[in-house]
Design a protein around this ligand. Structure first.
Ligand code: PXL
Length: 262
C-alpha cells in the first residue's frame, strides 16, 4: 500500500483541498497523511474568510516525523497559501521521501486569468522555484500563464498551449499536464505532446481541480499511465459535475460518486 503526504490548506467549509484529497485518496486505497498549511473558515470563493496560518508550527511537526522516521512514497501539493511554505515543502521532500518517492505539484493559485484572493506575484515566483523539484505538475491555463509570464488570453488555440508548455519546460524537468484547456467547444488536458479531450459540460464548478489532482494521483500511484490517470480523473470530475445539485454553488458533490464506488 502506498503512503502519501498531501500538503494543502484545510478549509472547514467548501469541498476543496484537504477535505477532498483525504477522502478521495483514502477511498482509492492510498494511506493518506496530511500536512495542513492553514485552517480557513471556508474557501476563498465565499464572502470573506478567516485564516489561521500554520507555517510556524510545521518545523515542530517535522521534528516528530524525523524522530519517528516517517517516509512517504509520494507527495501531493495543492493550495499552500504562503511563500514561506515552499521551503518547508522542500524540506519535507529532503527528509521524508521513501526511495523513488514521487512529487506531484498542483500549483493552485488562480483561475480564469486571475490570482485567487490572498496571492501575489511573489507567491508565483516562489512556486516557480518549487516546481523544479516536481515529477509531475498540474497547472491550469491561468497558472501556466502566470508561471511563464505570459499574458492570459481571452481566447487561445493549440499553438498557444504548445508554446505555454515549452515555456514551462524551461522551469522544470517534471511531466507537465496543463489542465482545464478549453477551446473549440472542448475541454481537456495537454499532456506531453497531445491533447486529451473530454465532454464540455455547460456549468463550471469550484474545487474540480483539487478533485482532478486527487483522482489523478490515486490512479498514477496504482501504476496507471499518465494518460490513463488523466482520463480517469477527468471522467470522475465530469461525473461529479453531472451529479451535483444545481443550487450547490460552491463545489461539487463528489461524495455521491465515492459512495457509489467511483
Ligand atoms: O480549489 C482551490 C482552493 C483551495 N483552497 C482554498 C481556496 C481554493 C480556491 O479558491 O480558496 C482555500
Amino acid at each position: 500500500m502506498k503512503r502519501i503526504l498531501t500538503m494543502q490548506d484545510l478549509s472547514c467549509v467548501g469541498q476543496c483541498s484537504l477535505t477532498v484529497a483525504l477522502p478521495i485518496l483514502s477511498a482509492y486505497g492510498v494511506e493518506t497523511c496530511v500536512l495542513p498549511t492553514a485552517v480557513l473558515s471556508n474557501h476563498t470563493m465565499f464572502n470573506g474568510w478567516s485564516y489561521l496560518d500554520l507555517t510556524d508550527k510545521i518545523p515542530e511537526i517535522y521534528e516528530y516525523w524525523r524522530k519517528n522516521n516517517f517516509k512517504f512514497d509520494a507527495f501531493l501539493l495543492g493550495y499552500l497559501g504562503k511563500s514561506a511554505l515552499m521551503d518547508l515543502a522542500e524540506r519535507a521532500f529532503d527528509d521524508f521521501s521513501a526511495d523513488g518517492a514521487k512529487i506531484i505539484i498542483d500549483p493552485v493559485f488562480g483561475d480564469n486569468g486571475k490570482l485567487y484572493g490572498g496571492f501575489d506575484l511573489n507567491y508565483v515566483a516562489a512556486m516557480r522555484k518549487l516546481l523544479r523539484r516536481a515529477d509531475i505538475i498540474l497547472p491550469n491555463v491561468t497558472e501556466a500563464c502566470f508561471l511563464t509570464d505570459t499574458p492570459y488570453p481571452e481566447n487561445y488555440d493549440e499553438d498557444f498551449v504548445l508554446k505555454l508548455k515549452n515555456k514551462l519546460k524551461e522551469l522544470t524537468d517534471a511531466e507537465i499536464i496543463i489542465t482545464g484547456v478549453e477551446f473549440g467547444g472542448r475541454i481537456g488536458e495537454f499532456m506531453s505532446v497531445k491533447f486529451l479531450w473530454h465532454e464540455l459540460l455547460p456549468s463550471k464548478k469550484h474545487g474540480t481541480g483539487d478533485i482532478f489532482a486527487s483522482v489523478f494521483t490515486a490512479h498514477y500511484l496504482a501504476g496507471n499511465s499518465l494518460e490513463n490517470a488523466c482520463d480517469s480523473a477527468a471522467e470522475f470530475v465530469r461525473e461529479c459535475i453531472k451529479q451535483t445539485d444545481n443550487d450547490h454553488f460552491y463545489g461539487v458533490q463528489f461524495e455521491k460518486i465515492l459512495k457509489r464506488g467511483k
